[in-house]
Design a protein around this ligand. Structure first.
Ligand SMILES: [Zn+2]
Ligand SMILES: [Zn+2]
Length: 245
């Protein structure tokens, strides 16, 4: 977490960038090259999840299935992330999501767009994890949808911004233990009426910002599988290790 002073400096740098169009690092406010959103020093601290990792949830340190996936297989078939949820990138993700820094979405969605084609290109449908309308109003945007828009369009899968709805308002997952996270989101999602009967045999890619325990995407995947989806995979920008944040 940046200190208050460092944060104030970063904010000032963003303000100046907006005024003079001089790009600044989204994490530290330092100088960036071209249209990068992180400076070389911050970029160096962005690390992809280490291999081997769980074949289902992607948890590093497991060569086949992690104990959680072996004991209780999730409803999704695989989950992958571009980077670990640590360091400057974690700061930027938090700033984007909780401090309403919408402009950070541009660099973050571009980063999501660097995911290997094999992770997303054969999906039929790409869908963001939805926000409850109340939270959408408070935040002003759905961070998962902003990220999903970073995947190249064209001949790729169809982006379905409203494939799923939140049926009820849930408290934020931050700070909850794995069991509480599961209970918090249980039954919270429903297929949008417009998609009823249209998912038979479909391959759906769910997009979100952070994968922590997978409780949220697991609930979404349950709904999609019940609606007939044949395969549900998850792509997140970052992966938290250690069950926090
Ligand atoms: Zn930096
Ligand atoms: Zn696993």
């Amino acid at each position: 977490m940046a200190t208050g002073g460092a944060q104030a400096l970063a904010n000032l740098a963003h303000g100046l960038r907006d005024l003079f169009f001089a790009p600044a690092c989204a994490a530290c406010g330092g100088a960036v090259e071209h249209d990068e959103f992180l400076c070389p020093a911050c970029r160096e601290q962005v690390s992809p999840p280490t291999e081997p990792s769980c074949r289902v949830c992607g948890l590093p340190g497991h060569s086949w299935h992690c104990p959680a996936c072996a004991a209780s297989p999730p409803a999704f078939d695989a989950a992958r992330a571009l980077a670990l949820h640590t360091g400057p990138l974690a700061e930027v993700v938090r700033g984007f999501k909780y401090q309403r820094r919408y402009w950070l979405g541009e660099g973050l969605s571009r980063l999501l767009g660097t995911a290997p084609r094999s992770w997303w290109a054969t999906a039929d449908i790409v869908a963001p994890v939805p926000l409850h309308p109340r939270r959408l109003v408070a935040r002003g945007f759905n961070q998962a949808l902003v990220l999903a828009r970073g995947l190249p369009g064209g001949q790729g899968p169809e982006l379905a911004p409203r494939l799923l709805n939140r049926k009820r308002y849930t408290r934020p997952q931050v700070g909850l233990d794995p069991g509480a996270r599961r209970r918090n989101v249980e039954g919270a999602f429903a297929l949008a009426p417009a998609w009823q009967g249209r998912l038979e045999g479909a391959w759906v890619l769910l997009v979100d910002d952070v994968f922590t325990t997978g409780a949220t995407v697991n609930e979404c995947a349950k709904v999609l599988k019940q609606a007939g989806a044949e395969r549900v995979e998850v792509l997140t920008l970052v992966r938290a290790v250690g069950g926090k944040s």
